[in-house]
Write a protein that binds this ligand. Structure first.
Ligand SMILES: C[S@@+](CC[C@H](N)C(=O)[O-])C[C@H]1O[C@@H](n2cnc3c(N)ncnc32)[C@H](O)[C@@H]1O
Length: 273
């Protein structure tokens, strides 16, 4: 079977796989390695008092909740995701975290957003664009639902830069490629955005990169490897034995303090022309 990005085909996964992804998204949202990256741009996506902000591909709503909890946020945030179980979880978690009155979660397709033109002051996509079927169509929809002068923010990994150390460099590189091919429909998309944004009616205002690196110990990359390595086996790119051996080598490196993994992440802040 060819590689099938689990977040792109989330509606085809069984209940156990959905529960694992919910745990991964919620766990990642508590990981300081990762939360600092959202915090770096969150202040830019709630322009003014009572801003109306959309998160496209909100998953379990962790970033929408995080925005709603900020002291400088006085508006309303709406999260849209294609997965019914994710949206049910998002509503439950928002109520549990006491932000249910400031957020609203809806099932919907990022390629065909069910909102009139110019509904929002800002729209953001946090690790969505690498997963979707047609990134340009999604960007076009984000531009459409944001008012002229409003903000479109895209954050994601440049997953073709993701790497885990292995003593056998060639095997390590091939496993990196297999892992990113299995987990992401568009592993190169963040490199394309500076070219695509102007064509889609967006003026880039700011962009920056962050390297996420774990050396010695691992939390973010441990969960990443454990969640997505099984999809390499499903895709047939490596045998179960080879993937298990790779995962065992990563766990051994964590136990010995010799672990190394890294990936570059990018933030693009643009305005709708
Ligand atoms: C890696 S998760 C990110 C979730 C959330 N933004 C976060 O950072 O916690 C990617 C999300 O994109 C959603 N997604 C993928 N394709 C989509 C589409 N066409 N329309 C709506 N959501 C989509 C998946 O269901 C999944 O929840």
């Amino acid at each position: 079977m060819p590689a099938r990005d689990p977040h792109r085909f989330v509606n085809e996964l069984d209940e156990a796989a959905i529960e694992r992804l919910i745990a991964r998204l919620e766990g990642r949202a508590k990981d300081v390695v990762f939360t600092r990256l959202f915090d770096k741009y969150a202040g830019h996506i709630s322009p003014g008092e009572s801003a109306h902000v959309l998160e496209v591909g909100c998953g379990t709503g962790a970033m929408t909740r995080s925005l709603a909890r900020r002291g400088d946020f006085s508006g309303r945030a709406v999260g849209v995701d294609q997965s019914h179980p994710f949206i049910e979880a998002a509503r439950r978690f928002a109520a549990e975290h006491g932000v249910g009155d400031r957020v609203d979660f809806r099932v919907g397709d990022a390629h065909d957003l069910d909102f009139p033109d110019a509904t929002f002051d800002a729209a953001f996509a946090h690790t969505l664009i690498s997963h979707v079927t047609d990134p340009q169509a999604v960007l076009r929809e984000m531009v459409r639902v944001v008012r002229p002068g409003g903000i479109v923010a895209i954050f994601d990994g440049d997953y073709s830069s993701m790497t885990y150390a292995m003593p056998d460099h060639d095997l390590g590189h091939r496993m990196d490629v297999a892992l990113t091919t299995a987990a992401f429909n568009n592993p190169h998309i963040m490199r394309d955005l500076p070219r695509l944004m102007p064509q889609l009616g967006l003026q880039l205002q700011q962009a920056w990169g962050d390297a996420v690196v774990e050396i010695g110990t691992a939390s973010y990359f441990k969960s990443f490897a454990e969640t997505y390595a099984p999809y390499i086996i499903k895709s047939g790119m490596f045998s179960a034995e080879a993937v298990d051996a790779w995962l065992a080598a990563q766990h051994q490196a964590m136990a010995e303090g010799s672990f190394f993994a890294a990936c570059n992440y990018y933030t693009y802040l643009a305005t709708r022309l």
